[in-house]
Design a protein around this ligand. Structure first.
Ligand code: DX5
Ligand code: ZN
Length: 229
């Protein structure tokens, strides 16, 4: 079986109890913390910044933190996230005037890089930077909100990116973000994804009073992944 990673998006967590939510979801078997940063400019919503990332590290979170920047401009905030303990820093090519420079800046800060593609963003942005990428993130919804429906054409885009990664020979992760659920994760994996962001599917699963609800949903996601080809 491929090396599949599950990355709960804390956008759908209870922010009033964020440390506990993150600890619980990791204890339930999640691999990576997906951290959505929105600026009410590049996307029409406003969320969390480096202070919260640092607070999670101080709370004791040691798992990788996957910072998904939906902000414009990008560069100014990268050193702050690196200092706050980010593991991955991914950004949208449309939000950077100099993509190569932004990728270099992320690696200089000793973080892993990633480029994020909106549903209608063309893949040609990958043409000259494969050697500078640790992750490619395909959005399967338009960025800005959790709980949206998976856009079906993302599956063929995933297959295209999977081919590009395999041909490149670089160990680049292929992450999918938006509308990932128990009932579609198997098809998404079969199309080539290896890293799965899930926000509402995880944090809204089951009954709030059930202490095992995160274990149950993560086990269900993994059971589907075990059957993916
Ligand atoms: C959307 C964010 C996603 C979002 C996914 O802009 O990038 O990470 O939280 O939420 P779900 O899994 O609910 O579609
Ligand atoms: Zn995201």
């Amino acid at each position: 079986m491929a090396d599949y990673l599950i990355a709960p998006s804390i956008l759908s967590a209870d922010f009033a109890r964020l440390g506990e939510e993150v600890a619980n979801v990791l204890a339930a078997g999640a691999d990576i913390v997906h951290f959505d940063v929105m600026d009410n400019h590049y996307v029409p919503n406003l969320t969390i910044g480096p202070l919260i990332c640092e607070a999670l590290r101080r709370y004791g979170v040691t798992a990788p933190i996957d910072v998904h920047l939906m902000v414009k401009p990008v560069d100014r905030i990268i050193p702050d996230f690196a200092a706050a303990g980010a593991t991955y820093i991914t950004f949208h090519p449309e939000a950077s005037e100099h993509i190569d420079r932004t990728l270099a800046l992320i690696r200089e800060q000793e973080c892993k890089t990633g480029l994020v593609f909106n549903p209608a963003t063309p893949l040609h942005y990958l043409d000259h930077v494969m050697d500078k990428l640790d992750m490619i993130l395909l959005m399967s919804v338009n960025p800005g909100f959790g709980g949206q429906k998976f856009i079906a054409s993302s599956l063929s885009k995933l297959r295209e990116v999977r081919q590009r990664i395999d041909q490149s020979g670089y160990p680049i992760r292929l992450e999918i973000d938006g509308g990932v659920k128990v009932d579609n994760i198997r098809a998404i994996a079969a199309a080539g994804a290896d890293t799965f962001v899930a926000g509402s599917a995880i944090f809204s699963a089951g009954r709030a009073e059930d202490p095992n609800r995160y274990n149950t949903v993560i086990a269900a996601l993994r059971a589907e992944l075990a059957q993916a080809k």
